[in-house]
Design a protein around this ligand. Structure first.
Ligand code: 6PG
Length: 229
């Protein structure tokens, strides 16, 4: 595992520290390149981090953000990851240019072309990519049991529709190459169960059986797992 593991006192310590570090990273990217880009996680774990980040001082009008994945639901659905982002970070920093993955098409398969086009606003490496992890080792919507996993394992498309028999809702996910094309990669997890999954993922085994392995093994030098009890 090239990725480093960082252990925090509790979920709030993780959220606040990661928010401080992310604000510094975004400000440095803006100073160096005039803009900053990031891909943010869905699920429940990231909300404290997203809320804390919204309290930091960043020239948000120079930041473009998207999600690493989203359920294929209208943005006002409470189970939409875009809805969570709008209720946390975007509520505090509305100047961020947000690129949603949901396009309004009836299915994610029908939305792939429009989503790919929308993601051109984020061409080039993300300055930051943060993902959660499921207890099956999935990241974004790269589910080990998804029939379409192989199609999302290779590019060049930046996004792919994804359906899993065990995950709620059809989804759109960033593909593995798009997730890996990031200056900093953070896997954000909490709790004992996910720590045990991480230890399993750090062991030998095929990447597609636990997709987090691909980030741990192929992420760049600035790849980390941030964990709190
Ligand atoms: O839309 C989702 O839920 C994401 O696809 C998923 O990858 C999530 O990040 C992990 O399953 C962790 O979810 P929790 O943070 O809610 O445990």
């Amino acid at each position: 595992m090239t990725a480093r593991l960082r252990v925090f006192r509790d979920a709030q310590d993780l959220a606040e520290t990661l928010a401080d570090e992310t604000a510094a990273l975004l400000n440095a990217a803006i100073a160096a390149r005039g803009r900053a880009t990031m891909a943010l996680p869905g699920g429940r774990t990231p909300s404290p981090f997203l809320t804390a980040l919204g309290r930091r001082t960043v020239d948000w009008g120079r930041v473009t953000a998207t999600l690493v994945d989203d359920r294929w639901l209208p943005p006002d659905s409470p189970e939409s990851n875009a809805a969570t982002l709008r209720a946390t970070l975007l509520a505090a920093a509305p100047a961020i240019r947000f690129i949603p993955l949901y396009t309004g098409a009836a299915t994610p398969e029908e939305g792939e072309a429009a989503c790919t086009e929308a993601l051109r606003a984020l061409d080039g490496p993300f300055d930051l990519m943060v993902t959660g992890m499921g207890e099956d080792g999935h990241v974004a919507s790269l589910f080990p049991d998804a029939p379409g996993l192989a199609a999302a394992w290779e590019g060049p498309a930046p996004c792919r529709a994804m359906r899993s028999p065990t995950a709620p809702h059809p989804r759109m996910t960033l593909t593995l190459p798009r997730l890996l094309d990031s200056r900093r990669i953070v896997v954000l997890i909490t709790g004992g169960a996910k720590r045990a999954v991480l230890e399993q993922a750090r062991a030998a085994g095929p990447e597609d059986a636990m997709p987090v392995r691909a980030l741990l093994r192929r992420g760049g030098a600035d790849t980390m797992v941030c964990w709190a009890p």
